[in-house]
Write a protein that binds this ligand. Structure first.
Ligand code: ZN
Ligand code: ZN
Ligand code: ZN
Length: 376
């Protein structure tokens, strides 16, 4: 399984542009700045992925009109400098037995509201708040949900490569034996294939056979797959730092007329959701388009989750394709379209592609057949 294709690395200029955009959008939203702890936002904005998140403070401070600043433990400074292509930001390192929060507080105003990356440890945020009682904080996904939503060409290339790897995984899984094997064994096959096709991280490998498929949160267990089972497959992870996430539902042996019909309804709903994608329409319209088909065929009550979620340096992020989300689609956004029908105690069906918004519509990053495949 060849996958030595390495994308062109992001440059310090790329990161500088992303950080400037984040600072500007914070300013436009009335925030005094953005504070980012190690995690997906840090990776996206700086390329820096510390080996471990620790009790030692690492914090990126972005403010309109100021140089981006990274507060970093002295013992991590060399790694941080290498990863971030240093000219993109100024490092402020601190040594043990000094106060990192005083250092960070010095980069903030004494008052104002700051957006904080969702995964910032309470330990760090509470200490900062104690130093600056006049400040307040908002979660970054609440304050700036679209911060990472619009992907540039280099990001789209990585997402497409991750999607192609997931598609290759699906093609191969159709050739393995399902009946008589445990879900967990097929899940292990999926993980090995994703890794073989260049994923460095496998986030989930759902194998929901028979009644287990009716639970969208079921991952994979000890159940032995039998002839006659519908099997929901949903798998993804990260390749070159960007996510894949696709679902197909297969059947072991020939399906019944009812199984085929339910699958047909989901497939038509998924088509409708993908067809609705174009710039300027609200996220909720994607959900409505898919849901209308399922409702029309009488399964509305059995479609028990949102239609989709964004994807990028993580496999689940804003924007969300859900009723009430009025965010407009913009070219470069990437998200899943994944309607499903879940019949408790019996079986489930889900079909999922990642779609990117283009100037005149949408383009799927998953292109394997959506017909109900028969496996052995
Ligand atoms: Zn069956
Ligand atoms: Zn999925
Ligand atoms: Zn998904």
């Amino acid at each position: 399984m060849p996958s030595t294709d390495q994308p062109v690395p992001f440059t310090a200029d790329d990161y500088r542009a992303r950080m400037a955009r984040a600072a500007e959008s914070a300013d436009a939203a009335g925030l005094a700045g953005v504070l980012v702890a190690p995690g997906p936002d840090m990776v996206h904005l700086t390329g820096y992925r510390p080996t471990a998140e620790t009790e030692r403070l690492t914090l990126l401070v972005l403010r309109a009109g100021q140089e981006p600043a990274l507060v970093v433990p002295a013992l991590e400074a060399a790694d941080a400098e290498r990863a971030t292509g240093a000219p993109a930001l100024t490092l402020h390192d601190w040594t043990d037995a000094t106060d990192p929060y005083a250092l960070a507080a010095g980069l903030l105003d004494a008052e104002g509201r700051f957006g904080v990356s969702d995964n910032t440890w309470a330990l760090h945020l509470l200490a900062l708040q104690e130093r600056l009682p006049g400040t307040s904080y908002a979660s970054l996904t609440a304050a700036l949900p679209m911060l990472r939503a619009v992907k540039d060409a280099a990001e789209l290339e990585r997402l497409a490569a991750a999607g192609a790897a997931a598609d290759a995984t699906y093609e191969r899984i159709l050739t393995v034996r399902f009946s008589g094997r445990r879900e967990s064994e097929v899940a292990a096959d999926l993980a090995a294939l994703l890794t073989g096709y260049g994923h460095t991280q496998v986030d989930f490998t759902v194998v929901g056979s028979g009644p287990n498929g009716a639970n969208p949160h079921h991952e994979a267990g000890d159940r032995v797959i039998e002839r006659g089972d519908m099997v929901v497959l949903d798998f993804g992870g990260l390749k070159h730092g960007y996510g894949s996430d696709t679902s197909r539902t297969v059947h072991v042996g020939e399906p019944t007329a009812e199984e085929q019909r339910v699958h047909d309804v989901v497939r038509e709903a998924q088509e409708a959701g993908c067809r609705a994608v174009r710039p300027g329409i609200a996220c909720q319209e994607i959900d409505r388009a898919a849901r209308a088909v399922i409702t029309e065929f009488g399964y509305g009550e059995r479609f028990i989750h949102r239609t989709g979620h964004g994807i990028g340096v993580t496999t689940h992020e804003p924007p969300y394709m859900i009723e009430g989300e009025e965010q407009r689609l913009v070219p470069g956004m990437c998200f899943s379209v994944e309607p499903g029908i879940y019949l408790p105690g019996r079986f489930g069906v889900r079909i999922e592609d990642i779609v990117t918004v283009t100037e005149d519509g949408g383009r799927r990053l998953n292109t394997t057949s959506r017909e109900l495949a028969v496996v052995e």
